[in-house]
Design a protein around this ligand. Structure first.
Ligand code: PLP
Length: 456
């Protein structure tokens, strides 16, 4: 059944693809790509084309593909206990073990982890916990959430609102009223302000302060941000950004949610991005790297400070009214345990740091001087190349030129390397599995250089 010759036809007739131009797909202008097998950093489609996946799926297959240790842990768990829920004190050996492993790795001031399925539902959980927290503290007005333009936090109703990208709002009646957006720390795109990097940090902080002043600190519950902006363009923050933001939030008693769906479990070369940037979050969102996407599982890590209030809340109101059927799913948890063990055993966090730095250095060396490359930036195993129409005036291409997608297309066509054309702007993103070798990094850089040369 799975090997049927009619797959392509069935695909067009039945399958509603995520984040896809539906009409162009129906017209046959978007290639169908049926991925069949994968190993290490390579995936293969059913026509036998082998591709180097320099975006690790959707920056999630952190340990690389085809790891038997994780596959076997999943199979063993499915045979022993495919499912039991986590309501009313129930757990499984896998979910309790994984909770212990996550908390052993989390910053010291964190208390417990709640498991969900996806990054989106983990952020939905976070916002509910924040509202619950302020209700228990008798602050019913303190509910608004500040997010950043270009932040990405999911595509649910609340999380799609937190996301600061037009595409995810347009025609969906989002963002919801409780969400407000502030300046992103995207220094390269705001060089028009004529500020030094530290002046730009001061500008972002001043914007935040002004927003808090205008709205009233007693109406603002939390600030959410990715340590490094991901889907919004792979943008490491300018030096000093997070400590300065943290100081403002602390002063106004506003909680910080570190959305570490991309950065959690090693992508920056440290276990968490919060460690890397000196953030002190009240909640940490985890997903992708928790299981390296071998099974869907996410989590909300809750601080000691919030936990004390949540416990008090249940004394006053009864059991917490929040749960998914698949919270702490044992198969996901078994995948998570095997994944975190493998990361330790193979030293993959260190590898993400060293090979990631190598990839960034080589990419910078190869492309910085190109007349249409405006910026090459990254941190750990995250790297981005941003294209400009004119370097001196730093003017951008028209969106209709589709420079990012064109270059990603060439990269695949010429060299079988997968990078991601980021959804807003002409930005090519790289987020390879942590097991990438220096030779493979060189291959990615050479291929990118050739693709850029053939388009621009
Ligand atoms: N948060 C961040 C930072 C993400 O990058 C993503 C997905 O890319 C999400 C949340 C949403 O995760 P999911 O797609 O698993 O719902």
């Amino acid at each position: 059944m799975l090997h049927n010759d009619n797959l392509e036809q069935w695909d067009r007739e039945n399958f509603f693809h995520a984040s896809t131009h539906l009409a162009e797909f129906a017209r046959g202008n978007i290639p169908q790509r049926v991925i069949k097998t994968a190993s290490g950093v390579h995936i293969e489609d059913r026509d036998g084309n082998r591709m180097l996946d320099a975006f690790a799926g959707l920056y999630c297959v952190n340990v690389g593909y085809g790891r038997p240790e994780i596959a076997e842990a999943i199979a063993d768990q499915a045979k022993e206990l495919a499912y039991y829920h986590s309501y009313v004190g129930h757990g499984t050996e896998a979910s309790i073990t994984l909770a212990k492993m996550v908390m052993d790795r989390a910053p010291d001031h964190m208390s417990k982890v709640y498991f969900g399925q996806s990054g989106s539902d983990a952020n939905e959980t976070n916002i509910k916990l924040i509202w619950y927290y302020n209700n228990i503290l008798g602050r019913p007005k303190k509910k608004k959430i500040i997010s950043r333009w270009r932040g990405y936090h999911g595509s649910g109703l609340m999380t799609g609102s937190l996301t600061g990208l037009d595409l995810f709002h347009k025609k969906f009646d989002l963002p919801l009223a409780q969400v407000i957006h502030t300046e992103a720390p995207f220094y390269f795109q705001r060089k028009d302000l004529g500020q030094s990097e530290s002046e730009f940090v001061a500008h972002c902080v001043a914007e935040l302060e002004a927003m808090i002043h205008a709205e009233g600190a007693d109406t603002i519950a939390a600030f959410i941000g990715e340590p490094v902006l991901g889907t919004g363009g792979i943008v490491p923050p300018p030096a000093g950004y997070w400590p300065a933001i943290q100081e403002v939030l602390d002063r106004h008693d506003i909680l910080l949610v570190a959305d570490e769906v991309v950065t959690g479990f090693g992508r920056l070369g440290t276990m968490f991005g919060s460690d890397h940037y000196g953030m002190r979050p009240d909640l940490i969102t985890i997903a992708k790297g928790l299981t390296s996407a071998y099974a869907p599982l996410s989590g909300s890590i809750v601080s000691d400070k919030m936990w004390a209030v949540l416990e008090k809340g249940t004394d006053e109101n009864g059991p917490i009214g929040h749960g998914w059927t698949y919270s702490a799913h044992p198969i996901g948890a078994a995948a998570g345990v095997a994944n975190l063990e493998l990361i330790d055993k193979l030293g993959l966090v260190e590898n993400a740091g060293t090979v990631g730095t190598y990839l960034n250095t080589q990419m910078r060396a190869a492309l910085t001087d190109h007349p249409h490359v405006g910026d090459v930036r990254g941190e750990g195993m995250l790297c981005a190349v941003e294209f400009v129409a004119d370097k001196d005036s730093r003017s951008f291409y028209d969106a209709a030129d589709k420079i990012g997608p064109q270059i990603a297309g060439k990269l695949l066509e010429q060299s079988n390397v997968i990078a991601r054309a980021m959804p807003q702007g002409d930005i090519l993103g790289f987020a390879p599995p942590f097991c990438l070798t220096k030779d493979e990094a060189d291959q990615v850089v050479t291929a990118t250089h050739q693709a850029v040369a053939s388009v621009l």
